[in-house]
Design a protein around this ligand. Structure first.
Ligand code: ZN
Ligand code: FE
Ligand code: FE
Length: 209
């Protein structure tokens, strides 16, 4: 006995891994949604939760097609990614910074899934499991779209807002945070002797940090 496993066996294993990963994500996505301040971000996580439920059903269809029992196998990879996401959610960040971090966590999960489904589709195609390949491709497309949505939200304002909060004086006249009037007077004049140590404008060594 103890015959060496085939690619088909590995395929079934990976399907079980993906099935378990999706199940874990149905618990993690609501947490990401709840932690989001930006309403569009929250909606993106909620929408992806619904898609994730469909992806679980799709995997069940794939198991049926292959005449395999529907079964998950603990996915350590996504568990680790979710664990990191949880620790980020425990940090004390301002709202936009937290949103940027939630996007980062979400994208780690999406990329992990994209890698998994990319492999599953390729293996299914290689072995002639055409119908399974088509179902898995649908999921792969959804994961890619979810990832792109997160990129669009990050680049569409969340990163900028968080960056502005991190570097509030960026692109503005020097100001010492005391009176706004100072700024106007300052033009062409010596900078008033700073009271508080506000050497903000001096680029920190190594540039931005
Ligand atoms: Zn096969
Ligand atoms: Fe998924
Ligand atoms: Fe996903």
């Amino acid at each position: 006995m103890a015959e060496a496993g085939t690619l088909h066996d590995a395929f079934i294993d990976e399907l079980r891994d993906a099935y378990d990963a999706e199940k874990q994500l149905t618990k993690a996505l609501p947490k990401l949604a709840r932690a989001s301040s930006n309403p569009q971000l929250r909606e993106a996580f909620e929408t992806h939760l619904q898609e994730t439920e469909e992806q679980i059903a799709r995997l069940e269809q794939v198991f049926d097609l292959l005449e395999e029992k529907v079964r998950g196998k603990h996915c350590d990879g996504i568990a680790g990614i979710i664990e990191e996401g949880k620790s980020v959610m425990g940090e004390d960040f301002d709202e936009t910074t937290m949103d940027a971090c939630l996007i980062a966590s979400g994208q780690r999960a999406e990329h992990y899934e994209m890698a998994a489904y990319g492999t599953l589709v390729a293996w299914a195609q290689a072995m002639g499991h055409t119908e399974a390949a088509e179902l898995l491709q649908q999921t792969l497309d959804e994961e890619k779209a979810a990832d792109e949505k997160l990129t669009a939200l990050a680049e569409g304002g969340i990163n900028r807002e968080a960056a502005d909060a991190a570097h509030p004086d960026e692109g503005e006249e020097d100001e010492d945070g005391e009176e706004d009037e100072d700024e106007k007077e300052e033009e062409g004049k010596e900078k008033p002797v700073a009271v508080s140590s506000t050497a903000k404008k001096a680029p920190a060594k190594g540039g931005r940090r």
